[in-house]
Design a protein around this ligand. Structure first.
Ligand code: 13P
Ligand code: SF4
Length: 354
């Protein structure tokens, strides 16, 4: 349980025994009981950048989800072993684009005669296979904190973008940050022949959005925004760009988890904030900023955890650290060499974005 002092002590002791051999990364959506043991916390961009910061660490324990651990493996040395404390910590959005489906989509674009103009841009929240596809076809990875820069870069390389797998981040960035219209975007449905699009639609589109989404952020609605504004006059509504377009359009501010934290740090005392992202983070921020007189509430009335992020709990972390401290490697995440080479190309393009 979160407050079990015995488990806290066991995690502390195992981590101390491992010393410099272990480097623990924690995504902002992790539970408090886990985040307290992270050497570095961050959004997915920061964690990808910092994964390689400790080349002397033999083990990188990634408290986050599977695609983040894969990315850390791709970006770190061959002798460094990336460990995910619960192998069932996946991401339903990443699962919405498989290698087979994306290869089929590329065939559709090729048959429509537009593949040569298309640059793939894949959200970090995707499998290593999808990142490899992206690298192979001259594209880049992006996260919610650099999606505009990734699209700027992509439109210098080609005339169209295939954006995988989050349609909302793709649409929100295109419309909100790039000045495109909703009509410039089409949605490719991998479950329909030809993506459910005509050749004319594909040829006319600037942004071909994969039909994927995050079910956690999909729960926020315009109604949630209107309700909170009624309940808390003067409230600032700040949401993650994985929210639906109409929610982002109704909000006051939009940004990644790291952006959300920075915005609250910079906010004046007495200000009020409704945050539309995962609940572990929002609760932690509410507790952290209450003493400074900043009111932070969750955007919706229903509970909204990311169930896979939540799979990493203190018992799993203790088991992982104790196993490693005893010299037993558990739950290693290892991307095969060929996939890694192409996926790394795409990730490095992201890391090199201006
Ligand atoms: P951030 O990059 O903003 O941390 O988002 C990661 C994620 O999975 C959001 O659902
Ligand atoms: Fe995936 Fe959504 Fe969870 Fe982020 S919040 S890890 S996108 S399911």
């Amino acid at each position: 349980s979160p407050s079990d002092p015995d488990l806290v002590e066991r995690a502390r002791a195992a981590k101390e025994k491992l010393g410099n051999k272990v480097f623990v990364l924690g995504h902002h959506y992790q539970r408090d009981e886990v985040i307290q043991f992270a050497d570095v916390t961050g959004d997915s961009f920061k964690l990808a950048r910092d994964a390689a910061a400790r080349p002397e660490a033999e083990y990188i324990v990634f408290c986050g989800v599977h695609f983040m651990a894969e990315s850390a493996d791709i970006l770190t040395g061959d002798d460094q072993k990336v460990v995910l404390p619960d192998l069932a910590a996946g991401c339903s959005m990443a699962d919405m684009a498989t290698a087979e489906q994306v290869a089929e989509c590329w065939d559709v674009l090729t048959e429509a005669g537009i593949a040569e103009q298309v640059v793939p841009v894949s959200y970090m929240n995707s499998s290593a296979d999808i990142k490899a596809f992206t690298g192979k076809h001259g594209g880049t990875i992006c996260t919610s904190s650099n999606a505009k820069r990734a699209l700027d870069w992509a439109f210098e390389q080609g005339e169209k973008v295939l954006f995988l797998p989050d349609q909302h981040l793709g649409r929100n960035t295109a419309v909100r940050d790039m000045g495109m219209s909703l009509d410039d975007c089409v949605v490719y449905n991998p479950h329909k022949p030809g993506g459910g699009l005509t050749v004319e639609q594909l040829r006319a589109a600037k942004m071909i959005l994969w039909r994927g989404h995050c079910s956690v952020h999909g729960r926020f609605s315009v109604q949630s925004v209107n309700d909170v504004r009624e309940r808390i006059p003067g409230v600032n509504v700040l949401v993650h760009p994985e929210c639906k377009h109409e929610v982002v359009a109704a909000a006051d501010h939009v940004g990644s988890t790291e952006y959300i934290i920075k915005a609250l740090e910079a906010a004046p005392a007495g200000s009020k904030w409704a945050i539309g992202t995962e609940l572990n983070l929002v609760r932690r921020l509410a507790n952290r900023f209450a003493p400074e007189g900043k009111e932070v509430v969750f955007l919706d009335r229903t509970v909204c955890f990311c169930s896979t992020m939540n799979r990493i709990d203190l018992p799993h972390l203790v088991w992982t650290l104790e196993s490693l401290a005893e010299g037993t490697l558990v739950n290693r995440i290892e991307v095969d060499k060929e996939t890694e080479a192409f996926a790394k190309l795409a990730l490095e393009r992201m890391l090199a974005l201006p």
